[in-house]
Write a protein that binds this ligand. Structure first.
Ligand code: PLP
Length: 409
């Protein structure tokens, strides 16, 4: 049974959905308007223009009234034909789910994985590291018949807290001289971690509303490239609701071929004002600073961070591996019931072995210190021996690293 917490705000520290700022909640509470009327067209044009700035693209971005999974499907269904080969890379649970979806849709995915060893998680070494571009380059070089139609990778693997180098993946594809499309899932990276759709040569970027954009779940995105739009013309997988052509055409005037998610678009409009007003570089620096503060706590506890490679630590979330024999889900449940704090569970191969702390959305230094305090109390109550105080380390980190950019309005 859960304790009842009648007062104070719940600590939503999962890596998405993230806490939604009051300003966005208020914006979404406005009356729903006619989605074919003149006011709506203005809203549509504003959010479509703003979201291009977030993806850093000059090309169309399709917005779907769907969760991220829908936008995954849209990316594949709009560009591929039955039996097409695609190269995917196993960074964790979300890469695995996208791979499973590709199989269900009737394309033929090949799943590349890191083959090295890992002392803490020998059964899932690749789930502690980013994409290795040389593996992609080698595989593409061997594909002399050019049968592989797309390379699909996850930018910020939410199940592990590892952020892969997408520019390096593009370089690997180019170095192999291969024409495959590059599709990237940045569902949990967008608007928290640096991302550049055009500059990095991404053909389809998939994202969602409920993470860095600080919105509730319910809308998702496909950012497109001219090559993706070209592939769309000959791709034969069935699609109707997801089809880009009608959406891109109607979006030119700020409308959609179906009833869009009006109130979430009010929220998106507000989120764009907040994020672009702060400046994307400031937003990225803020998340990097938060992540470093949270990692200093984990290091002080003496527990391993899920991401084994410091060069690809996620600015969005930090995974913590619990000592052998300590069920990470039991720790999470205790923390939830005692302190009204939600943490992310260990997904797929990581079940019971780790938990995830989110540092995104409507947050600040003190929110994160409080999260660390809740986790520290929970670990101690679970009998985990800690090397030192994470709370003290996080306080020291935030106090000695003043925030750089304009923070909040
Ligand atoms: N990809 C990543 C990296 C995710 O983090 C998630 C959700 O957390 C998804 C895909 C699936 O998105 P959704 O749950 O919104 O359908």
């Amino acid at each position: 049974t859960l304790d009842f917490h009648p007062t104070g705000r719940h600590f939503l520290q999962i890596p998405g959905p993230s806490p939604v700022p009051d300003r966005i909640l208020r914006a979404m509470s406005l009356p729903t308007i006619d989605h074919r009327g003149p006011e709506f067209g203005q809203l549509g044009l504003k959010v479509l223009g703003g979201i291009q700035q977030i993806f850093k693209t000059k090309h169309p971005v399709a917005i779907y009234p769907a969760s991220g999974t829908g936008a995954w499907e849209a990316a594949l269904a709009n560009t591929l034909s039955p039996g097409d080969k695609v190269l995917m890379y196993e960074t964790g649970h979300f890469a695995s789910l996208w791979n499973k979806m590709a199989l269900r849709l009737g394309v033929v995915p090949e799943f590349l994985a890191y083959a090295g060893k890992d002392e803490h998680l020998p059964h899932a070494p690749g789930w502690r590291r980013g994409v290795q571009p040389d593996l992609i380059e080698d595989r593409l070089r061997k594909d002399t018949a050019r049968e592989i139609k797309a390379v699909c990778v996850v930018h910020n693997e939410t199940s592990t807290g590892v952020t892969s180098d997408i520019a390096a993946v593009r370089k690997a594809i180019d170095a192999a001289g291969h024409p495959a499309l590059l599709m990237v899932d940045t569902i949990s990276g967008l608007a928290s971690a640096d991302f550049r759709h055009d500059e990095w040569g991404v053909d389809v970027t998939v994202s969602g509303s409920q993470k860095g954009l600080m919105l509730p779940p319910g809308i998702s995105f496909n950012a497109l490239s001219p090559r993706a739009l070209e592939a769309n013309k000959t791709a034969k997988l069935p699609r109707a609701f997801w089809a880009w052509d009608e959406i891109v055409e109607m979006n030119k005037d700020g409308y959609w071929p179906y009833t869009p998610n009006t109130n979430l678009l009010y929220g998106l409009s507000e989120a764009l004002d907040m994020i672009l007003g702060e400046g994307l570089d400031n937003v990225f620096a803020r998340h990097q600073r938060w992540a470093a503060g949270v990692r200093s706590a984990v290091n002080a506890w003496g527990l391993p961070i899920q991401c084994a490679d410091p060069s690809v630590y996620s600015p969005v979330l930090t995974g913590v591996i619990t000592p052998e024999g300590v069920d990470a889900d039991a720790v999470r449940r205790l923390i939830h019931s005692r302190f009204d704090l939600s943490l992310g569970t260990g997904l797929g191969k990581l079940k019971g072995r780790m938990f995830r702390m989110g540092h995104l959305g409507d947050s600040n230094d003190l929110t994160l210190v409080a999260m660390v305090a809740g986790v520290e109390m929970g670990l101690k109550l679970s009998g985990v021996k800690l090397a030192g105080s994470g709370v003290q380390a996080a306080m020291d980190h935030f106090a000695s690293h003043p925030a750089g950019g304009a923070l909040r309005q």
